[in-house]
Design a protein. Structure first.
Length: 722
């Protein structure tokens, strides 16, 4: 999506828009240093973290660091790699798991903020209510090569490709785990799982009995409150109901101007788990949320000359879904699952960076929002069984129908079809073969899909895992994945930039990008190699390396050769083509170490490089180096002290070749948190985040000339269980 609007910056290089961008870039380089008192506070807190470890000795009054020991975390059962329970240590994929305890010890109040801790994941905050999240590079607000699931329900948007992260939220205490696969997962999960799969899994109703109320108040949360209650309808039927509301403050840019990006969301839902028998279970989930999101967008009017104006907009979103899943477990080696869900989404999309054929004074908030109405039906059947003594087979079939109505009157967008109904049929088969039982396994499989845009797509993969003993696992894989075209790339026409009149062309020139009805799927071939090592029960290493080849990448508009005379303006056309190819490569490292029973350290490092040929591509929006370090210390008497540090390398916000790309400087972020649990019923925590500066940018904003400064923040949280 962002690639479309970066053309506007190129086209307007000589206008006042780029002059303002240059001024903003200069302003962004001015950093406010820590005040002396704050520097002393930070130093004292960090010293406390380590002095406690040195001085405690063998105090037995220790708060448990986690519900899971380090060894249990390493050997946790995961389901995203093979659509069955697989021991994480033996999994032939680059996978990491975040638990509810991890989110608490990260001070994360949202799902994208928690993902910062995972190696290979790039998280950049664009504004108070927008994030860019990707796996293994190619980051964007709509990262179209990352598939995200919530309790088995896909939240990938087929309009732009990617995920609306401001619409993904849960009661964080009800989270069971987030399984993050870096690398292709298309063999099981289908198209768009090119660079990764994020599977967000909540706890069953049986695991969340009783009541919970939590409230967060701080510089950003004004406030946030969650309430949940779980009970039993009978001896084998459990339920959970919840409600959550937050009102969050907006950010400012480097000049102290408001981004007008404050937001508020209310949501609620219910979950029902019925253990009909030892073999059969039924799960029903239903969620609904509504919210208002603010932001500032830039619009260009062409009369009498192109002129950009910033407009404050508010957009409304409502969404609801219902999911049912029946599981019949015939034995430890055989089970059948049937899942059905319906999702309804109504979302207003405010856009910036485009051109309206209007006078500057004719701008109206109602004329600058695209409205999307989407209904999705999905059915998925999966069967697992043993074939002989050494083969474990999983196969399945699925059908999805996505129906939308796009209304964009008065915006810079035009659509060849306002209504669309697209069908997706799929089938997959995967066979895990134990070449040497418990030591060497080979997995081969493929997914076959048919969509209304590109027809049949085949996405095969082969994986091998060698576990010579309980301390070592070596794995490797080769996989093909595709990213299917979006509605935007096929059916839209958008005014993206404008030139002022000149001596050769006496009228303004509008640059228009057209979708391509013949757009093809982007293709990826990925090679991966990984190694896990657990020398002791208190120390583990997980390292992976990859090389990804990409072909037929889209989102690049080539200029047309003809300028049409359409008074009172001229029109020059651009059109999308699948004409870019290239590769990325990198390494990821995760280290866990528990020196003592009451101190745990976790470190993650990511190195990424990309090279694309033919046309410039957005490989510059990704940092080359990232690392984070986490420390959790149990102080005794229910107290726990957490320290989290993040380093993110510098990036250029636009493609090479764009005029005046904004440089996003590298930054180091330090978060400190103290938690006190005086009893099992009550828990109190205070957090200070981004302590090292008053604000820094993390990503460019294609909708506006303003770039948000992510501020220093503080919050306190109270949780009551009953």
């Amino acid at each position: 999506m962002v690639e479309l609007f970066t053309e506007a910056r190129r086209a307007a290089a000589d206008t006042q828009t780029m002059q303002s961008l240059s001024e903003l870039d200069s302003a962004m380089t001015k950093r406010t240093r820590l005040k002396p008192a704050l520097r002393v506070l930070v130093a004292a807190a960090v010293l406390l973290n380590f002095s406690v470890v040195v001085s405690r000795g063998d105090n037995t009054d220790v708060l448990e660091l986690s519900n899971f020991s380090l060894e249990e975390l390493i050997n946790m059962q995961v389901t995203s790699v093979g659509k069955k329970e697989t021991r994480l240590f033996r999994s032939p994929a680059a996978i990491a798991v975040l638990t509810a305890d991890d989110l608490k010890r990260l001070g994360a109040n949202s799902l994208p903020e928690a993902l910062r801790a995972v190696p290979g994941i790039q998280v950049a905050r664009i504004s108070a209510n927008r994030w860019a999240v990707s796996a293994r590079g190619l980051n964007d607000e709509y990262s179209n090569k990352l598939l995200v699931l919530v309790d088995g329900r896909s939240v990938y948007t087929p309009l732009f490709g990617g995920v609306h992260w401001n619409g993904q939220d849960i009661v964080l205490e009800d989270l069971d785990r987030i399984e993050v696969i870096r690398g292709p997962g298309a063999t099981l999960w289908g198209a768009n799982a090119v660079n990764g799969v994020i599977n967000i899994i909540t706890k069953s109703a049986k695991e969340t009995q009783g009541g919970l109320v939590s409230s967060t108040v701080g510089t950003e949360d004004q406030p946030s409150i969650s309430a949940r209650y779980g009970g039993q309808l009978s001896s084998n039927v459990y339920y959970r109901v919840y409600a959550k509301y937050f009102n969050r403050e907006g950010f400012e840019d480097a000049r102290g101007r408001s981004m007008s990006d404050d937001w508020n969301v209310a949501r609620g839902g219910i979950r029902l788990d019925w253990e009909a028998s030892e073999q059969n279970t039924l799960t029903l989930l239903a969620d609904y949320f509504g919210g208002t999101f603010g932001e500032t967008v830039g619009k260009t009017a062409i009369y009498p000359v192109p002129r950009t104006r910033e407009i404050d907009l508010e957009s409304d979103v409502t969404s609801g879904n219902i999911l049912g899943r029946w599981t019949s477990k015939f034995s430890e080696e055989s089970e059948l699952k049937l899942q059905v869900y319906y999702d309804q989404n109504r979302r207003e999309h405010p856009f910036g960076g485009g051109v309206l054929v209007a006078q500057p004074g004719e701008f109206s908030p109602d004329q600058n929002k695209l409205e999307e109405r989407r209904d999705t039906w999905d059915v998925d059947l999966q069967h697992r069984f043993a074939l002989g003594e050494r083969q474990d087979v999983v196969w399945g079939m699925g059908y999805r129908r996505s129906q939308d109505h796009i209304s964009s009157e008065g915006t810079e967008f035009f659509w060849t079809r306002e209504r669309s109904a697209d069908d997706l049929y799929s089938a997959f088969l995967q066979d895990e073969i134990a070449i040497v039982p418990e030591k060497l396994a080979f997995t081969i499989g493929s997914k076959l899909e048919h969509n209304d845009y590109t027809g049949f797509e085949v996405q095969p993969a082969g994986r091998i895992a060698w576990t010579p003993n309980d301390q070592h696992t070596v794995w490797g894989s080769i996989a093909r994945a595709v990213r299917t075209p979006t509605r935007l790339e096929r059916d839209s026409r958008a005014n993206i930039a404008a030139y002022p009149p000149s001596a050769d062309i006496p009228l303004p020139v509008i640059i228009t990008a057209y979708g391509d009805r013949n757009a093809r799927s982007e293709e990826s071939l990925s090679y991966e190699l990984g190694y896990r090592y657990e020398p002791t029960r208190r120390l583990s290493f997980d390292v992976s390396a990859y090389f990804n080849e990409y072909d037929l990448l889209a989102n690049r508009a080539d200029p047309g050769q003809v300028i049409l005379d359409l008074p009172p303006y001229y029109l020059q056309s651009f059109r999308y083509h699948n004409n870019i190819h290239g590769h990325t490569y990198g390494t990821e490292l995760l280290v866990r170490w528990q020196p003592t029973d009451y101190w745990r350290l976790t470190a993650a490092y990511t190195w990424w490089r990309g090279d694309f040929e033919g046309e410039p591509y957005i490989d510059v929006t990704n940092p080359e180096h990232q690392f984070n370090v986490r420390s959790s210390v149990a102080l005794g008497h229910g107290l726990e002290f957490n320290t989290v540090g993040y380093f993110v390398d510098s990036v250029r916000s636009l493609r090479e070749g764009d005029a005046n790309p904004i440089q996003i400087d590298s930054y180091f972020r330090l978060d400190l948190g103290l938690t006190w649990a005086p009893s099992e019923r009550f828990e109190f925590s205070v957090w200070a985040q981004n302590l090292l500066d008053e604000g820094h940018p993390e990503f460019s904003n294609y909708k506006s000339r303003q770039v948000a400064e992510i501020p220093r923040s503080f919050f306190g949280k109270v949780t009551w269980r009953f």
